[in-house]
Design a protein around this ligand. Structure first.
Ligand SMILES: [Zn+2]
Length: 221
């Protein structure tokens, strides 16, 4: 009887050791996962959450099958939509329309911009950033990563969420392509034919706000 009790006790201990062992393994796996998280490059610290083409319901264009030119961005160039973007407008529907217009009416490979920012500062994926954008003006957008804030900043002021989205998108691109904040500029710095990105958004470039904020975040790495 005592033997039996001992055997049961031993078996229970054994079982609990196994349980401890497997809990230990789980803890070990968790630590490894955490550590491997630490060793990945910190390229996306503070990066905006990008709404993908699939999420906004667009077509992911195979850019190699188009006339678009491959490039590696060396400049970060800010635009505005140039037309009023009102609160009741659905940005995803707007993007789908813009893509259809760009491809079917305008004959471009895709949306002319690489990243688009809405009223709430949400950032949407546009054209593949490894292909040059398109423009209605005379400058050559090759080498420019094009960021557009939807709205007409000749008429309205950018809101804090939009300013933050511009900074975080530019920082993400500067990290990815190893650029300094000095390459940040606006469309009208390259074209005499436009007021883009508008008289209320452009001052954030001329007073160095975007350049300063991006430089600050790049230094944090
Ligand atoms: Zn522009």
């Amino acid at each position: 009887m005592r033997d039996f009790a001992e055997r049961v006790a031993r078996r229970t201990m054994h079982a609990s050791r196994i349980r401890h062992y497997s809990l230990g393994s789980l803890a070990f796996v968790a630590v490894v996962v955490l550590l491997s998280g630490c060793t990945t490059p910190r390229t996306d610290v503070g990066a905006p959450k990008i709404v993908s083409i699939e999420e906004w319901g667009g077509v992911r264009v195979d850019m190699r099958a188009t006339n678009a030119r491959a490039h590696v961005p060396t400049r970060l160039t800010l635009h505005h939509g140039g037309v009023a973007f009102l609160r009741d407008r659905d940005p995803m529907q707007y993007l789908r329309n813009l893509q259809t217009w760009s491809r079917n009416t305008r004959g471009w490979a895709d949306i002319p911009y690489h990243y688009l920012i809405d009223l709430d500062g949400r950032v949407y994926e546009g054209r593949n950033v490894l292909f040059a954008g398109d423009t209605n003006t005379e400058y050559d957008p090759k080498g420019h990563a094009l960021i557009v804030v939807l709205g007409n900043f000749e008429e309205v002021e950018p809101n804090p969420a939009q300013l933050e989205a511009v900074v975080s998108t530019m920082t993400m691109l500067a990290r990815r392509f190893n650029l300094s904040a000095d390459v940040i500029a606006g469309h009208k710095d390259f074209s005499a034919q436009t007021a883009c990105p508008g008289k209320s958004l452009y001052p954030y470039l001329t007073n160095g706000f975007f350049q300063r904020e991006v430089a600050k975040r790049l230094k944090r790495d």
